[in-house]
Design a protein around this ligand. Structure first.
Ligand code: AMP
Ligand code: FES
Ligand code: ZN
Ligand code: ZN
Length: 328
């Protein structure tokens, strides 16, 4: 027997067992939008005065997030970083096409695109091979490049908030991993908002309380085209292993992931978990090449990773490599 929407009795598109809530397409998208607004306020992520840069990967989460923020009337533009990953099916090109297709339907926004090989002469896999970081997998170089370039561009383009599409499944996998290893420093910093400071934009994850199947359903219901394939290098990643384990738990105990995450946040906010934890004060100073605050002496990790002759491009990458697509 197909379930019916709790609000209007139309056939439901999703049944959220953890909330005991089945909803039709219209009521589900309304629910996602309203819940996102609630989370934004609850965790004091941003207001309508802020300029928000949404990091979009072409996947369901980040495009759905951009869509919701626009529906809510926030000033939100997109940033896509072209990583030059092919994987036999043009992964990066396809991802970019999805971001462009979304932007084309929203003339009120701007999509900023930075092509990493265009800017720095090498794709992410090429950088990984040259530097031999990450045991044959480019994921660690990729993380380093994405972090640096998102921070740099948010700052240079005048956005004070950087939003990513991390969902509950992502957050819980990281929380689980950090708990297994008792990574106290990481645990203390894991939160839906990281305050701005030292020239970095505030970082927010407005979808951190939505299951992946909810963001996917939202993207489908809203006719948002997104890339279904995962990055070809994600296969065998530790977080994917934890996600599979946690999916087994969730299947037996619906809502287990949400409880794990919410109780962690509650323990922090209400019971003072980590209240006495003090981050070791490390002195930051500007990178000699790019100016971004860094703990390393001289150059930041990103600039150090680049070949010497390429380093000056970090300062000029913007006007050359930036393709501002302002539609309409
Ligand atoms: P991931 O690290 O691939 O799980 O992605 C986490 C979040 O980072 C996504 O939801 C996006 O907000 C952002 N992101 C990932 N890849 C890109 C990219 N190539 N360009 C811009 N943002 C990205
Ligand atoms: Fe960066 Fe896969 S997205 S290595
Ligand atoms: Zn309904
Ligand atoms: Zn630097």
């Amino acid at each position: 027997m197909p379930r019916k929407c709790r609000k209007c009795s139309q056939p439901a598109v999703i049944n959220m067992r953890q909330h005991k809530l089945a909803l039709c397409a219209d009521h589900f998208s309304e629910w996602i939008v309203a819940q996102t607004e609630r989370f934004i306020k609850k965790y004091r992520m941003f207001t309508r005065e802020d300029r928000i840069l949404v990091a979009v990967s072409g996947g369901k989460d980040s495009l759905a997030l951009w869509d919701v923020l626009l529906q809510l009337g926030y000033e939100a533009d997109g940033l896509y970083l072209g990583l030059g990953i092919d994987g036999g099916f043009g992964y990066s090109d396809e991802s970019q096409a999805m971001c462009e297709a979304f932007a084309a339907q929203h003339p009120e926004t701007t999509l900023h695109i930075l092509d990493i090989p265009g800017a720095y002469g090498e794709s992410i896999p090429q950088m990984a091979t040259r530097t031999r970081r990450g045991r044959g997998k480019p994921c660690s170089v990729c993380g380093l490049v994405k972090r640096h370039e998102m921070n740099r561009l948010a700052h240079d383009l005048g956005y004070n908030v950087l939003a990513t599409g991390h969902n509950l499944d992502d957050e819980v996998a990281v929380l689980f991993q950090n708990t297994l290893n008792w990574q106290v420093g990481y645990l203390a910093r894991q939160y839906p908002v990281l305050p701005e400071g030292d020239g970095f934009a505030r970082k927010v994850k407005p979808f951190c309380r939505f299951y992946e199947r909810e963001t996917a359903t939202y993207a489908i219901v809203r006719d948002i085209e997104y890339i279904y394939d995962e990055c070809p290098f994600s296969e065998g990643a530790t977080t994917i292993y934890y996600k599979e384990l946690l999916n087994k738990l969730e299947a037996d105990k619906p809502g287990a992931k949400l409880h794990f995450y919410l109780n962690f946040l509650r323990a922090r906010d209400k019971e003072g978990l980590f209240a006495d934890w003090k981050e070791e004060k490390v002195e930051l100073h500007p990178c000699e090449n790019c100016g971004q605050p860094t703990t390393a002496p001289g150059l930041c990790t990103f600039c150090r990773m680049l070949p010497e002759e390429v380093r000056p491009r970090v300062r000029t990458a913007q006007p050359i490599a930036f393709k501002m697509i302002a539609r309409g």
